[in-house]
Write a protein that binds this ligand. Sequence first.
Ligand code: ATP
Ligand code: MG
Length: 569
Amino acid sequence: MSAPKPAPGDRTVIGITFGNSNSSIACTNDDKAEVIANEDGDRQIPTILSYVDGEEYYGQQAKNFLVRNPKNTVAYFRDFLGKDFKSIDPTHNHASAHPEDANDTVAFTLKDKAGEDDAPSTLSVAEISTRYLRRLVTSASEYLGKKVTSAVITVPTNFTDKQKAALIAAAADANLEVLQLVSEPVAAVLAYDARPEAEIKDKIVVVADLGGTRSDVAVVASRGGMYTILATAHDYEFAGAALDKILVDHFAKEFMKRNAGVDPRENARSLAKLKLESESAKKALSIGANASFSVESMAEGIDFASTINRLRYETIGRTVFEGFTRLVESVIKKAGLDVLDVDEVILSGGTSHTPRIAANLKAIFPGSTTILAPSTSATAINPSELQARGAALQASLIQEYESEDIDQSTHAAVTTVPHITNAIGAVSVSESGEEVFVPIVPPETAVPARRTVIVPAPKNGGDVLVKIVEGNTHIKVTKPEPKANGDSKAAKVEDAGDSDSDFSDDEEEEEEKREKVWKIGATLAEAGIRGVKAGSKVEVSINVNADLSVTVTTREVGAKGGVRGTLSA
Ligand code: ATP
Ligand code: MG
């Protein structure tokens, strides 16, 4: 089927996030995004389909069928879209329909029709996705009271072109126009930046999207309302399912202790029950200090009830929790940045509800970094809703465009674009007579870019020389003053990173102070303006062109003419 192309005026749009574990649908209402609850009342809708007697179930109802109807239930398939069978990881499909090789693409065999004689169908992952998306669209249409025609859908930053094309085709088969695919971390940033109280300023944001089967972290530079992805990292080990597994093992061992070594993990149905209840306990531990755990007929007809407290959970889950922190650290490093460069950390995805994860991240960032998670910020948005909200906002922004124009008009805002690495700024003289760097165009600004600053001319007027240079930051580490000998020796200053002796002073109790300082780099331009009037001002404009060349214009405010120079940075 060819892609539906409704005229802009005929569209009804929503935002969709389509995850391996859960999906969400969202719409906007007076410019405010809201996540839609489906007919079961769920806003996080499990990405699962299940067939019983020819009847199709989706979402939470399908998830519950993992216990009694696993063979006709298909889960964790989103990542297989547009992939070769050889390249997929079927780990999470053990307890439901297994992926099969269908001419190199992925398929599942399910008995999706009623009647004893009907043979099971082999359905491509594209067909499964279409059927699932159709259910989402139906739920959204029912909620809105009109047929949803179009959507912005979020995708991971490492979705290939082939995967994107497969998703667009699967949506088209569900009679859904994909207005645009937006990368998941950018959707999360959009959701925050669209709030009325949001202050849109240049900033570096780390988006930690911690899901069920994968964790994706991105460093995003927001410069003048443009988003640039500087670095990404993906991990398929440290995610929500790993935390479920820890609780499964914990309660299985307790059950074995009480029941003569009967291991509920050895029976498929017992394991399925154990998994579902472990996930519930895990979610309860995000809110409360204790969680109860109870399963009827857990194994061999024996009921089981227990509890776990948060401290115990945090102890047994430590390795996984530490994995998240390391992943975040690694991507900041990959972007060539330091934790001090990060203004905000947005915790996104279901697993981000976990207080321990937010607390561990808070500990590695300076106090100046805002950690946006439910447990660390009263104004945090529900991490499970960020991406769908961002997608809905983007959908409402672009719904007026003809479909041919959408890619172009919104390209820069949502994809990786060329950007400068170092800052560009002017050299100024501080009160103590030292030359200091004054940033004008921050590092990681997407190009082309233009920034203008006004600087006061010397008090008495005269000739003004403006020197435009590159600036880069380095981390200045100030060791606390040794307490023992009360002399007022100046604190030692060292560069971070190049010192082998950093870890040698074990007795150092107080924390060293780390701060970001600018270093003057290569000179890009020097512009002189002669005979500036006393008390007047000089305007400096810097244009960074798409090819990264830089044009600098300086002029006296109110005077005619100016000095212009072009050079390559
Ligand atoms: P993926 O594609 O990585 O499989 P997803 O993006 O589809 O995941 P999300 O809804 O972001 O899915 O994350 C699902 C994970 O979040 C599950 O492991 C779920 O148990 C976990 N989760 C959801 N809510 C909470 C909560 N309140 N506390 C802790 N974990 C939670
Ligand atoms: Mg996700």
